[in-house]
Design a protein around this ligand. Structure first.
Ligand SMILES: Cc1cc2nc3c(=O)[nH]c(=O)nc-3n(C[C@H](O)[C@H](O)[C@H](O)COP(=O)(O)OP(=O)(O)OC[C@H]3O[C@@H](n4cnc5c(N)ncnc54)[C@H](O)[C@@H]3O)c2cc1C
Length: 410
């Protein structure tokens, strides 16, 4: 038996460097030593309550997305911003209920329902509203279309789906996994050391991620809506339409705020630093990644009030292609091809951030801060599209904010 050291050096370094994504994998790898908690201003963070063995430390160091990001590989095409791809489409669930409840066109939920019904998987590991506090998230296992529908919709606050992975793998069977791009990176890294991942997780879905806001973002929204946090009985970040309003319901009243306001004026102000330097915010190592297929303004907000939802769907692996083909054939989703050049018009803020990752991360060693290993993610190639002025502004801005301790405001 190897002796346990006091704390995981990787977790300590990642926390000190503000590189934690909150995925929860370290807590799954070292349940006696690490547990996830909500740390001010409301990010999911590991709390170290015991020592880890050298072997566990090695596993954490090799999979934590604050330490290393899984490289893109395998697909016949790779775009420097949009990642590996086989097919790019726009589409939606053919079930009007799913399409309405979901975040975009319900492609993820439609594919999950089909994966269950076709027998590809017997369950889904994903995120659900916390019954004890509907503004927060819990990990959930869904085994039916009704459960998947109840968990549809984007929830723009901390989630740690990997905290549940050890138990889910130990339970056996076949599951679909849905997570943020960083969660999926962590899962792929885990698969390098744990053969159970390939055996029990035949399909991995993700979405384009603009960054994870702290739970403080919800506080700002509730303040603006005048709904006391302790009275909230239901909270929808969006969905029920496209983009769908942010809705807070208490026993006394229902208040809502537009997507442009909730994301633009509140949630986006609370995004954690790690997301500002994310080299793969497009779910590049998922089997399929989905996003909003809207044509919007420069900042990426939709140029319409409300419409029927439409998802951008990018297949990245053969497993992703097989699931799409099978869901199309079964009539569970509808989709049509989209030229990859169109994606930039739908996701301008993703494109801008990717161009600036090199400049932002170059600031980290200059200020003696750690940075995640991010090879094989086309960071340098994407940076060629940035103007010199933009790159310089971001390099200097990251240095200045690092020295002032205000990096989340990048
Ligand atoms: C933090 C965040 C940032 C995002 N940023 C962008 C962006 O920049 N551009 C863009 O186009 N799209 C972004 N999205 C994704 C977008 O809102 C839709 O989720 C995506 O288009 C899929 O839509 P859908 O209708 O297919 O999904 P649905 O059918 O509604 O399914 C959504 C699935 O995501 C899971 N989920 C919801 N919230 C979380 C969470 N916090 N963590 C892990 N899993 C979760 C649910 O459990 C569900 O299975 C973001 C989503 C989140 C949560």
């Amino acid at each position: 038996m190897q002796p346990a050291s006091a704390k995981s050096p990787t977790v300590t370094r990642v926390l000190n460097g503000e590189l934690c994504t909150g995925c929860g994998l370290c807590a799954a790898l070292a349940p006696q030593a690490i547990r996830m908690e909500s740390a001010p201003p409301g990010y999911a963070r590991p709390l170290q309550i015991g020592g880890v063995t050298p072997e566990t430390e090695r596993r954490i160091a090799d999979s934590c997305p604050g330490a290393v990001v899984e490289p893109w590989q395998g697909a016949p095409n790779t775009h420097p911003t949009w990642g590996p791809w086989r097919r790019v489409m726009t589409g939606a669930s053919t079930d009007p209920k799913v399409r309405f409840e979901a975040s975009s066109g319900g492609a993820i939920s439609g594919l999950l329902i089909h994966a269950l019904e076709s027998g590809l998987v017997d369950r889904v590991l994903h995120i659900a509203p916390d019954p004890a506090d509907p503004t927060r998230n819990v990990n959930a296992i869904s085994r039916s279309g009704e459960e998947i529908l109840a968990r549809a919709g984007s929830r723009y606050t901390a989630s740690s789906p990997l905290a549940a992975i050890e138990q889910a793998l130990a339970d056996g069977g076949a599951m679909a996994f849905v997570g943020k791009p960083c969660d999926v990176s962590a899962l792929r890294r885990l698969a390098r050391q744990d053969a159970r991942v390939a055996r029990h997780v035949p399909i991995v879905l993700s979405f384009f991620c603009g960054g994870m806001p702290s739970h403080g973002g919800v506080g700002r929204i509730l303040n603006a809506l005048g709904v006391p946090a302790e009275e909230v009985v239901e909270f929808r970040y969006r969905g029920r339409g496209w983009p769908g309003a942010c809705v807070a319901r208490s026993e006394r009243r229902t208040a809502e705020m537009s997507y442009a306001d909730s994301w633009g004026s509140h949630l986006s102000k609370e995004v954690q630093f790690r997301c500002k330097i994310c080299p793969d915010a497009v779910g590049g190592v998922a089997d399929i990644a989905c996003a909003d297929a809207w044509y919007g303004d420069e900042e990426g907000y939709p140029s319409f009030e409300e419409q029927e939802g439409r998802s951008l769907i990018v297949t990245r692996t053969e497993a992703g292609d097989r699931l799409i083909d099978s869901a199309l054939a079964a009539g569970r989703i509808e989709a049509e091809p989209l030229p990859i050049e169109e994606v930039g018009k739908m996701q301008p803020s993703q494109a801008r951030r990717k161009r600036l990752i090199l400049a932002r991360t170059a600031a980290l060693p200059l200020t003696l801060q750690p940075r995640p290993r991010m090879r094989g993610l086309r960071v340098a190639q994407a940076a060629r599209e940035a103007s010199l002025a933009d790159a310089a502004r971001n390099l200097l801005g990251t240095i200045r904010r690092t020295l002032k301790g205000t990096r989340s405001r990048l």
